[in-house]
Design a protein around this ligand. Structure first.
Ligand SMILES: Nc1ncnc2c1ncn2[C@@H]1O[C@H](COP(=O)(O)OP(=O)(O)OP(=O)(O)O)[C@@H](O)[C@H]1O
Length: 248
């Protein structure tokens, strides 16, 4: 697949919970290599959209196409993950007692037994890949530290690193900078932009300074549909967006 092709296409996706429409004929197109920021008020359907892409929630109607001909609504979560769609949840889920290095090693190994992985000899290729991820996530200096001893921001970066170990084509990131310091937030924008050089990214976030720093096309969701879409300056001047979200 080359740049300019469509990587992800949501077409008329509706999700109903007990009669309540969390997604309402949602359509969205993500190009190969694109990074998209998704914003919108609480309850707008952002998390539900991520859940539909990853197969956690099945839509009532609509299509979710990945690449040219894979309909994700027909696949379960593990099958979707193995296509190269990685998701980072808001709360970090790193293995706290293990070092940063070992967390990455475990992530590289995937489903192999942790005990086996940590005591087996690391291959030169594994070492090279871990070093590369450490550099991307700015964790080289703390690689021998237990994950429990990292700052909140560093834990989030480690988790992003663990996802990178699985070489996803598309990375879904849910509120990565919640609880981060301003400096960590800035670093995270730089980090995601770097990751976006080789992978497509969808990032849900409320922090507007961060969204601005990403400097990518923004989709504003409201009541389960797209309210506005475009560059941040355009979207943030849109009276509809100001009314439902920014003006609160
Ligand atoms: N499993 C569920 N059962 C019933 N209602 C649900 C379920 N999941 C989500 N909802 C409802 O669907 C709506 C959309 O929720 P969603 O979490 O997708 O919004 P969001 O945009 O991610 O909000 P936030 O910014 O608060 O995370 C909300 O009103 C929520 O209460």
């Amino acid at each position: 697949m080359s740049e300019g092709d469509t990587l992800l296409y949501l077409d008329g996706v509706t999700v109903t919970f007990d009669g309540f429409r969390a997604l309402n004929a949602l359509s969205l197109v993500l190009e190969q290599g694109e990074m998209r920021a998704v914003i919108g008020p609480n309850g707008a359907g952002k998390t539900t959209m991520m859940d539909v892409i990853t197969g956690k929630t099945r839509p009532d109607t609509g299509k979710v196409m990945f690449g040219k001909d894979t309909d994700l609504t027909r696949l379960d979560e593990p099958a979707i993950a193995s296509l190269g769609i990685g998701r980072k949840f808001q709360k970090p889920t790193v293995f706290e007692p293990h070092t940063v290095w070992d967390n990455l090693l475990l992530a590289l190994a995937g489903d192999r037994a942790p005990r086996f992985t940590l005591f087996a000899r690391q291959t030169a290729d594994e070492k090279r890949r871990i070093e590369q991820i450490l550099e991307t996530t700015r964790l080289t200096d703390v690689r021998h530290r237990a994950a429990a001893d990292l700052s909140h921001g560093q834990k989030q970066w480690l988790e992003i690193g663990m996802l990178l170990a699985q070489e996803p084509q598309l990375l879904l990131v849910d509120e990565p900078v919640a609880g981060m310091t301003d400096a960590e937030t800035e670093q995270t924008a730089v980090l995601l932009r770097e990751i976006n050089r080789t992978r497509s990214v969808v990032v849900v976030e409320h922090d507007m300074a961060f969204v601005r720093a990403l400097d990518v096309k923004v989709t504003v969701l409201n009541e389960g549909s797209v309210l506005a879409e475009g560059p941040i300056d355009l979207v943030s001047d849109d009276p509809k967006v100001i009314e439902v979200y920014l003006g609160r």
